[in-house]
Design a protein around this ligand. Structure first.
Ligand SMILES: Cc1cc2nc3c(=O)[nH]c(=O)nc-3n(C[C@H](O)[C@H](O)[C@H](O)COP(=O)(O)OP(=O)(O)OC[C@H]3O[C@@H](n4cnc5c(N)ncnc54)[C@H](O)[C@@H]3O)c2cc1C
Length: 403
């Protein structure tokens, strides 16, 4: 890791998708990068997630009414860039990443849900995303394994899925190849700003306690970002989202598409090996400390009622699922921001301190890492990142005291 007081041009905290992808881009841009991960790489949400590449406006924006849906629609511009990013990523990283982009259906079961889909598709089309509404019979022609009772769906040709178990390692290996130093088992334990505006970080790892001085820090630590920003007395409004995922035994190929539901929490896909992955944002139960406060360092636990509801809606949408055996259900923790959009960029009160977290950052991680690394290296905010700036929450740091 280096000697006490050692120096790097950027310290990246967190070895998930955001941290490792940004490390790779910054190393390519010639920066001396030190990335630390307190566990092993991909230990957080990046290795626990559903692997959905969903570019339609997510249901979570639609369920909060029209204002939220209109806000959520603004993310479509980034989603379009993300499509291009995912199309290129295997070539860029020079290896297969189990990416399948054969299309996605956001299904509807009722006429009210069809109205919501029509509203959503109209917003998406205005913003250049080529979603289209399909009738129930058109859905059946395209995906015969889905229920004949579906009222219809929104179709997007570019949606799909990728394997969350291999992507982060690919970024990390390429970053190391370009000189980035990556230390696992190494946690950020203290952070302060010196009078000259640079940062002093205390790291705890296999070599004991080490101090690192750096002009820039990126907090890419998922739901731990608020805690780490708190080391400087700063506030990043991200909230834990404990989720669940399930996987069935292997089946014959029956589902080439990503399935989501506009009115219910559901994501479903079939992997290359034939397993069906089922999720969609159903909460697991947060671990609690003895005093009742959330314990964000311990895994959340499966919530049986939510698991049942998740499987019921999945089997309703694809009846053949009822014949499959459930192999495993696991939990994972991600986070959402106060306005549901990712928080990516420089903290207004702390020049040189960057954050990247919140939202569906498997789908958006690669493109956000590319844009953020441009900002970090060149000092200007790319147009496409402006709506995600932490500056929109600058009022929360109005009472912070920094040197
Ligand atoms: C069950 C589930 C399903 C999901 N499904 C999807 C999906 O289908 N599509 C989608 O787009 N998104 C999905 N997401 C969200 C997505 O996984 C996350 O948005 C994304 O992985 C976040 O990546 P990250 O690199 O920001 O954070 P993480 O992957 O959480 O990485 C943060 C890392 O920081 C490390 N860290 C924390 N504190 C410290 C410290 N003090 N020092 C050093 N290291 C530290 C952690 O150990 C961790 O490895 C899902 C999430 C979950 C949990």
């Amino acid at each position: 890791m280096g000697e006490p007081g050692s120096h790097c041009e950027i310290l990246i905290v967190g070895g998930g998708l955001l941290g490792c992808a940004t490390a790779w881009h910054l190393a390519k841009l010639g920066l001396k990068v030190l990335l630390i991960e307190r566990g092993h790489l991909n230990a957080g949400a990046s290795g626990q997630n559903a692997g959905s590449l969903h570019f339609q406006i997510e249901r979570r924006f639609l369920e909060q009414g029209e204002k939220s849906a209109a806000e959520g629609a603004r993310i479509v511009t980034l989603n379009r860039l993300a499509i291009a990013e995912w199309r290129e990523i295997e070539d860029l990283l020079g290896r297969p990443l189990d990416i399948a982009m054969h299309g996605g259906l956001m299904v509807a079961e009722t006429e009210a849900e069809m109205d919501l889909l029509a509203f959503k598709v109209a917003r998406e089309n205005e913003l250049g995303l080529a979603t289209q509404v399909l009738t129930g019979s058109e859905v059946r022609d395209r995906a015969p394994s889905l229920s004949p009772a579906l009222a219809g769906a929104a179709w997007l040709a570019e949606e799909g899925h990728a394997n969350p178990r291999i992507l982060v390692d690919a970024f990390a290996q390429e970053a190391r190849g370009l000189g980035a130093v990556i230390r696992t088992g190494t946690a950020l334990t203290a952070l302060s700003m010196a009078r000259d505006g640079s940062y002093r970080a205390m790291l705890s790892g296999p070599d004991g306690e080490v101090r690192v001085d750096t002009p820039r820090v990126l907090l890419a630590a998922g739901h731990w970002v608020p805690r780490l920003a708190g080391l400087l007395g700063l506030n990043v409004p991200l909230y834990p989202a404990p989720l669940m995922m399930s996987v069935t035994d292997r089946a014959q190929p029956m589902l080439p598409y990503l399935i989501q539901h506009v009115g219910r929490r559901l994501s479903m896909k079939q992997t290359e090996d034939g397993n069906l992955l089922i999720g969609g944002g159903w909460p697991s139960r947060l671990a609690r400390r003895a005093d009742g406060t959330p314990d964000l360092d311990s895994p959340s636990s499966v919530e049986p009622a939510n698991l049942r509801a998740n499987l019921e809606v999945a089997a309703r949408v694809m009846p053949a699922l009822a014949q499959r055996a459930l192999l495993r259900t696991w939990t994972g923790m991600t986070c959402i921001s106060a306005d549901q959009l990712p928080i990516v960029g420089e903290i207004a009160a702390a020049p040189g301190l960057f954050v990247a977290a919140g939202g569906s950052l498997f789908t958006l991680g690669p493109v956000l890492a590319r844009l953020l690394s441009r900002q970090i290296a060149q000092g200007t905010v790319p147009e496409e990142l402006k709506m995600f700036t932490p500056h929109r929450f600058a009022h929360l740091d109005a009472f912070a005291v920094l040197p």
